[in-house]
Design a protein around this ligand. Structure first.
Ligand code: AMP
Length: 249
């Protein structure tokens, strides 16, 4: 089976986010960008499926500006077989991304599409769910374990009330949680090899998909600075402060 994996280029998770002085957006000038961490889990899971003989081909796909190809190269260096870049100079909202992915699913006919549970830049947690709705496919979100048996998938999700196990029939959408696996680091020879793997570039404007933004960002602001914490000498002082100063016990 073919597995399609969506990977997004986002501000690296180690970077301290800065807001533009006009409050219009996050400042990404000269900022380190990386693959969305949940998407690394998505690629890793697809590669493990191929290594276990479940998947025959792993295709990475990204929607965004030219630099999204750097993220696709990372996916190829990790081991994806080929990549598709849906090029758009303007940002595309989760619904637009889901519609574009649905169009590629029609053409590529993968049996599984794996996405991250959320992109750490917009924290939308929407694209996988919207894609499942558009395709009318079953979905398992925030997966911490996925086991395949023919056209059946047993998927475990971590919820606030414990582990939920779902029986899903393929084709299906999976979104990943961090505990699903430990993503591999690409080795130097794999990074070199990835340079020769194909990236198919498609202009979003040529796809006949309406990606007109439906949301307008009114303002982006830093969270209010928190009061610095204090150190207490011992447990007795902690209890005293919680009782008499914070009034919480
Ligand atoms: P979101 O719904 O924006 O939180 O994103 C959830 C997941 O959808 C991400 O982890 C990616 O797997 C996928 N995704 C969202 N935006 C893009 C994009 N521009 N290109 C590729 N994949 C994306």
């Amino acid at each position: 089976m073919k597995v399609l994996v969506a990977v997004k280029r986002v501000v690296d998770f180690n970077v301290r986010i800065r807001v533009k002085s006009d409050g219009s957006d996050v400042d990404t000038d000269n900022v380190k960008m990386s693959m969305n961490p949940f998407d690394e889990n998505a690629i890793e899971e697809a590669l493990r499926m191929r290594e276990a003989g479940i998947a025959s081909e792993v295709i990475a796909i990204s929607v965004g500006g030219t630099k999204s190809q750097e993220t696709l190269r990372t996916a190829l260096a990790m081991g994806a077989d080929r990549a598709i870049h849906l090029e758009s100079a303007d940002p595309v909202e989760p619904l637009g991304v889901a519609k574009l992915l649905a169009k590629v699913v029609e053409q590529e006919s993968p049996e599984v599409v794996i996405l991250g549970k959320q992109a750490i830049d917009d924290d939308s947690n929407q694209t996988g769910q919207m894609l499942a709705a558009l395709l009318n496919w079953p979905q398992g979100g925030s997966a911490s374990k996925a086991e395949f048996d023919g056209d059946k998938l047993t998927l475990t999700r971590e919820t606030d009330s414990g582990l939920e196990t779902l029986a899903i029939t393929l084709p299906a959408i999976i979104t990943t949680d961090l505990r699903l696996n430990e993503p591999r680091y690409p080795k130097l020879p794999d990074i070199m090899k990835a340079k020769r793997k194909p990236i198919d570039i498609i202009d979003v404007a040529s796809m006949g998909v309406d990606v007109t933004p439906r949301l307008k960002v009114l303002k982006v602001a830093e969270p209010e600075a928190r009061e610095p914490g204090i150190k207490v000498a011992n447990a007795a002082e902690l209890v005293d402060k919680l009782k008499n100063e914070a009034g919480v016990i």
